[in-house]
Design a protein around this ligand. Structure first.
Ligand code: ADP
Ligand code: MG
Ligand code: ZN
Length: 478
């Protein structure tokens, strides 16, 4: 096994986040809508209809390409990719063949703490096809997806493991979300992967023959399909056979790949330049203007968080995985002035509560707790107004009910922890109930104070502020 090397190149499709479709004014937000209600003569390919390029799709495509370190050639064009299939009423897809809108980029991923660069061959624009549903009584066509804008990101065959493939795909998802170019929502079919997989003997420089596993729609099936292909191809070679170039599908239930068609039966797409769309000329100034509009990208933001806020690598990664959460955190820090505690309240307390409710879907956009309220809670703890222990309880109620810290502290009686009279009584009780430790303290063992503090904290059921307790005890003891 170990004398074979795995080689993978990915083709990733992501739906571009635009209001309308790629070449017509139909609404691009079709998820969950009844079939065939977002269609018009253009996207269903009526004869004589003329496509017009969606400028927003072009701009978002270029921005994504810039974020992926691609070059933007001065000229690009669209081509027709011809094929007959019931999901494509036009019988051709408008795509980009030999002059894509961008090429020669890269993405850096972090593989077990080591940086690895994955080359990007090209990012091009194209339209999607419709969706078929196969039922017992026949196949149903929904053309809502016809003509929706896609970007396709093609990687170099630089990937060497299933894990690397998944890390690369996740990094790409993050970058596209940061740029606002695509939502990359897997459940809504907003991102899908084709994995080109081959193997070769260790040390061999020539690429082996590849199989292409089409239409993977989760990071998990991407990894599983690659792992399966690696084993399958080794078995083929070891048993004296040859890997054939073919398209395969992935069976999510059985977790295996299945041959769909071989090279001999592959489509001949008869590409030719799209006659109804003019070439795209991208001027340098225009591209540079878009480059300036790019936000700070996730990998750099993570490094800045490490340096600026002194938080752990893992926390920095969690916070910067989602641009919304990263912004939320930075606003809390700005008000509270306590980066570490703000971080732990988000990465531990907040995410802990959210995961307890729904492990799979962390929706930070609909939180009941506001930036201001969380920052206020953090400040109160940092100033020693309430203990961290109480802070956690207050936070839980704030999270559930959307109240502010002051309200919760009052309602729950947490403010009593500062009650001078109670504190004095507890301290006196603890001192009189523990003559042994008291004698030790008197004879110079000052560290025993920790024992007294612990006892008072117990009496207060964790509500007292330990530093105030210590202060009070020292006063009484000396
Ligand atoms: P096509 O358009 O026919 O799918 P391309 O040559 O454009 O073919 O390649 C598509 C993808 O396949 C790219 O991501 C590329 O890196 C990858 N690829 C090409 N050859 C191999 C190979 N021998 N092993 C693994 N991946 C490969
Ligand atoms: Mg391909
Ligand atoms: Zn339309």
């Amino acid at each position: 096994m170990s004398n074979y090397e795995l080689v993978v190149g990915l083709e990733i499709h992501a739906r571009i986040a635009t209001k309308s479709k790629m070449f017509c004014s139909c609404n691009n937000e079709f998820f969950g809508k009844p079939p065939n209600c977002h269609v018009c003569p253009i996207c269903t390919g009526f004869p004589g209809m003329l496509p017009v390029l969606n400028e927003e799709a072009l701009i978002k495509g270029i921005k994504a390409a810039l974020a992926l370190n691609c070059e933007i050639p001065a000229k690009s064009k669209f081509d027709r990719k011809n094929y007959f299939y019931p999901d494509l009423p036009k019988a051709f897809q408008i795509s980009q063949y030999d002059e894509p809108v961008s090429k020669n980029g890269y993405v850096d991923i972090d593989v077990d703490g080591e940086k690895k660069r994955i080359g990007i061959t090209r990012l091009h624009l194209e339209e999607d096809a419709g969706k078929l549903t196969h039922t017992a009584s026949g196949t149903l066509c929904d053309f809502n997806r016809c003509g929706t804008p896609l970007m396709e990101v093609v990687s170099e065959p630089d990937i060497r493991s299933a894990k690397e493939a998944s890390l690369y795909a996740q990094e790409l998802q993050k970058i596209l979300r940061y740029v606002g170019a695509a939502e990359c929502d897997m459940e809504k079919g907003g991102m899908r992967f084709d994995a080109n997989v081959s193997i070769r003997k260790q040390g061999e420089t020539k690429l082996g023959t590849r199989a292409e596993v089409k239409n993977l729609n989760s990071f998990r099936s991407l990894e599983k399909a690659i792992e399966y292909e690696f084993k399958r191809q080794i078995e083929v070679l070891e048993s004296g056979g040859k890997v054939i170039q073919e398209t395969r599908g992935f069976d999510d239930v059985k977790q295996i790949t299945i041959s769909q068609r071989t090279k001999e039966e592959a489509n001949d797409y008869r590409y030719f330049p799209e006659p109804d769309l003019p070439p795209i000329y991208t001027e340098k100034d225009f591209v540079e203007k878009l480059r300036l509009e790019l936000p700070e990208l996730p990998s750099l933001r993570k490094i800045r968080f490490l340096k600026e806020y002194g938080i752990s690598e893992n926390d920095a990664r969690i916070l910067t995985d989602d641009p919304f959460l990263a912004n939320f955190y930075e606003k809390v820090v700005k008000i509270s002035g306590d980066p570490k505690r703000s971080c732990s309240y988000i990465t531990t307390n907040l995410i802990g509560l959210m995961k307890a409710e729904d492990e799979t879907n962390l929706d930070f956009r609909n939180l009941k707790i506001s930036v201001e309220n969380l920052a206020d809670l953090v400040s109160r703890i940092s100033k020693g107004e309430i203990t961290n222990n109480i802070g956690k309880q207050v936070f839980e109620i704030m999270y559930q009910e959307g109240k502010n810290a002051e309200q919760v502290i009052k309602e729950q009686g947490f403010a009593d922890s500062d009650n001078e009279a109670d504190l004095e009584i507890w301290c006196k009780e603890v001192i009189s109930q523990n003559p042994g430790p008291l004698a030790q303290y008197k004879s110079g063992k000052e560290s025993i104070i920790g024992f007294f503090v612990g006892q008072v904290m117990q009496k207060s059921k964790g509500k007292a502020n330990p530093s105030k307790v210590k202060e009070k005890l020292l006063k009484l003891l000396n």
